[in-house]
Ligand binder design. Structure first.
Ligand code: UD1
Ligand code: MG
Length: 385
């Protein structure tokens, strides 16, 4: 087994090691140990199935050209279907070892399933990107329609203090019920997550790479939350336990896909994967009750979205692909001025790069943004105390 693969898979046991060292919650420890072991099995299973699917997908011609290479060899696309389905099977069966009482659980699984289906349809039919945005809105329906949880938002103490200084504004309660507004927020948040991962793409390994880094960020956050939450706040502990149970298999299936999608890609992940990944992360944020922290984890995607806005809104023309320019003479990628996105922005600031190096750079940037998210979160908690 490759050294990096071993290290990354070992990291899946991080929660159980840390939780055993810092907390005395044996029931959670058992469930998470079982989840980590099954996740490793799922990793090898997913890897095997991807291998088997490569010739099948090639045969039906769902392939794409690697635009940053000279070779015209068709690369099997839509391989996200395998990790997507493996993930669904895992998250359905996980209820056997940890009955999840959260009422939204099955609805969010339906939303993930719906998104995988629509992503696959997109890969087969090659839809226009505006249509893709509508599809991501449609897939949120099962989750939003059946959601009957709290529609309250928390008003931070410091915001209340600032608002109370303004004459005419009455004293605000800590929790405000925003009713239907909360559901609208869920739709927009989910649509943003799915599309923002999809448009931070175009070099081998980037779509899955960013998902893995965010996955580890979520894992670290939920571990910290379980450690710092007193046993009396059982609901918060349950939210973060479920988040860990959902994110461990997410990381494991992504790692299996990354093995094949890493430079030079043997498979492309397709929109099946980017939609699945965005939807899975969004629902983990919603069901784990930390969408604001999840939004902070999406800082590179937010930056990429803001840079892309002039083209998305049609102020400047938006071509089908907004990739960097590959120069066969030196094998490097060059930033294109007319392609307004993070990829090209990065190359124009830091200079031309080899495709593999660029993916690593953007993954490190994602990691730094995760650290920044933690810094913001804990500095904010410090301000409140
Ligand atoms: C999004 C981006 C688009 C970018 C594309 C690359 C927006 C609005 N859309 O479109 O600019 O070019 O992702 O994924 O920002 N490909 C490679 N190398 C890779 C990954 C993909 O060459 O490492 C090419 C292949 O030809 C593959 C195709 O991109 O077949 C997949 O594109 P698709 O995911 O359908 O593009 P979009 O998500 O619509
Ligand atoms: Mg895509």
């Amino acid at each position: 087994m490759h050294k990096t693969e071993t290290i990354l898979l070992s990291l899946l046991f991080l929660p159980i090691i840390i939780l055993t060292a810092f907390t005395g919650k044996p029931q959670i420890q058992i469930i998470i140990t079982i989840t980590s072991i099954i996740a490793i099995i799922v990793y090898f299973f997913t890897t095997k199935i991807i291998q088997k699917c490569i010739p099948l997908i090639e045969k039906v011609g769902i392939t794409g050209k690697d635009l940053n290479k000279l070779s015209d060899k068709p690369i099997p696309e839509a391989m996200g279907i395998v990790p997507g389905i493996a993930y669904l099977v895992f998250t359905i069966l996980i209820q056997l070892i940890h009955p999840i009482t959260l009422q939204e659980y099955n609805a969010v699984l339906t939303s993930i399933c719906f998104m995988i289906l629509l992503g696959f349809a997109d890969d087969v039919l090659n839809l226009r990107w505006r249509v893709k945005i509508y599809l991501s809105l449609v897939a949120t329906l099962p989750m939003v329609v059946s959601y009957s949880g709290s529609t309250h938002i928390l008003i931070p103490e410091f915001a209340k203090k600032i608002l109370s200084q303004i004459p005419g504004i009455p004293d605000l309660p800590t929790l405000i019920d925003i009713g239907i507004g909360y559901k609208l927020y869920m739709v927009l948040f989910t649509a943003f997550c799915t599309n923002s991962i999809n448009i931070l793409a175009g070099v081998n390994g980037l779509e899955v790479g960013q998902s893995v880094v965010i996955g580890f960020g979520v894992l670290a956050y939920s571990i910290l939350k379980i450690i710092e939450t007193p046993a009396s706040s059982a609901l918060t502990i349950e939210y973060h336990t479920v988040s860990i149970l959902l994110v461990i298999p997410f990381i494991s299936v992504c790692l299996a896909l990354l093995k094949f999608n890493w430079y030079p890609s043997r498979v492309f992940v397709g929109d099946t994967f980017t939609y699945f990944s965005g939807m899975a992360l969004a629902v983990i944020g919603i069901i784990g009750h930390f969408p604001e922290m999840m939004s902070l984890f999406f800082l590179p995607q937010i930056l990429n979205f803001l840079l892309s806005l002039p083209q998305i809104l049609g102020i400047f023309p938006c071509p089908r692909h907004r990739l960097a320019k590959y120069n066969p003479k030196d094998g490097l990628l060059y930033g294109v001025k007319e392609h307004h996105n993070l990829l090209n922005f990065w190359l124009r600031i830091f200079g031309p790069k080899n495709e593999r190096v660029l993916t690593i750079h953007l993954m490190v940037f994602q990691f730094v943004c995760i650290l920044l998210a933690f810094a913001i979160r804990y500095f904010y908690a410090f301000l409140l105390n």
